[in-house]
Design a protein around this ligand. Structure first.
Ligand code: XMP
Length: 305
């Protein structure tokens, strides 16, 4: 990408040309990629674009509120509350790939309902270059709305950022005047907190994961990590008050990366780690232990499942 402003003008013209008078849909995740793609496409075709945010219940703390505020100016915005349906579908599912599959399928179902309702001919996606590379490989099944074209007969898929790296997307987001909370937001996986929970996804684990991720994002902001996260990785014995408890183990991870394909675990000072530990165990009755993950990618991945 040469220049963000030129890129924006070029893409708006291209999208307008491609979609014409038809209708389009885009799935919003709260992340910088889909937000930027939605803002670009909305500039191009206005309310012919319906941005859809599916609240899966697997999102970050405050995500739904954030979406509502950021995209308030788009009259066509749809917010679908599907929390119960996702949790139900995930009940008893422990295999990582099966979890991703369940989430992907449910997502498609939710999104399909809106796409059909608004008679959408085009699907706009915030796919970026590294997504395409990782999906081509066999690393893991990436969740986006990739399966949707199989069930809805779109005339076309519009991916304005398919050749960009994440740092270039951020440049475009800034040039589009998207709020800093969006343009500087860390990447967040499509399957959300489900890939930060080992084993079955339950309401209790989700609550721990959501709160712990929030603490980690807050406390590590000054380190400017590519991604900082917390995962619920199992149970271990601890002592709370006078009682021995069998509580959750939360793993904290903070990495530097350019494109997510490789990553380095960040060195974090002891005081910060201790503050994170004390907030997570203090604010969550059921957490008995906090550990810090020092593994690079490879051999580990960034997420846990
Ligand atoms: P891993 O865990 O494979 O993650 O090292 C690399 C980057 O991709 C994000 N990620 C996903 N993003 N759908 C997404 O949109 C997914 O299914 C998915 N899985 C991982 C991850 O957060 C990291 O930035």
């Amino acid at each position: 990408m040469v220049n963000a402003d030129e890129f924006i003008d070029e893409k708006i013209a291209e999208i307008d040309d491609e979609i014409g008078d038809a209708n389009a849909v885009i799935a919003l995740s709260g992340g910088v990629d889909s937000s930027t793609a939605a803002a670009l496409a909305y500039e191009a075709v206005g309310d012919q674009l319906t941005p859809v945010y599916v609240d899966t219940g697997l999102m970050r703390k405050g995500e739904t509120k954030q979406i509502r505020e950021t995209f308030d100016y788009m009259d066509s915005l749809r917010i679908v509350d599907a929390r119960d349906r996702f949790l139900e579908g995930l009940s008893g599912v422990t295999d990582p790939e099966e979890k991703r599959h369940v989430i992907g399928e449910q997502f498609i179902r939710e999104f399909e309902t809106v796409a059909k309702d608004v008679d959408a001919d085009f699907l706009v996606q915030g796919t970026i270059y590294p997504d395409r590379i990782e999906s081509e490989g066999t690393i893991k099944s990436h969740h986006n709305v990739g399966g949707l074209p199989d069930v809805v007969d779109f005339d076309g898929i519009v991916e304005p950022m398919r050749d960009l790296y994440k740092d270039e997307v951020r440049e475009v987001a800034r040039a589009l005047d998207l709020e800093e909370v969006v343009s500087e937001r860390m990447p967040f996986p499509g399957p959300g907190l489900a890939v930060r929970i080992i084993g079955e996804v339950t309401e209790e684990k989700l609550e721990v994961a959501r709160e712990s991720n929030h603490v980690v994002e807050e406390e590590l902001e000054e380190y400017e990590p590519w991604q900082a996260l917390a995962a619920v990785i199992g149970k271990a014995t601890g002592v709370k008050g006078d009682n021995r408890v069998h509580g959750w183990v939360v793993s904290v991870r903070s990495v530097e990366s350019r494109d997510g394909m490789t990553a380095r675990a960040q060195e974090i000072d002891w005081d910060t780690l201790q503050r994170i530990q004390s907030r997570i165990t203090g604010e969550n009755e059921t957490v008995s232990r906090v550990v810090y993950d020092v593994t690079h990618k490879p051999p580990a991945t960034i997420e846990y499942e």
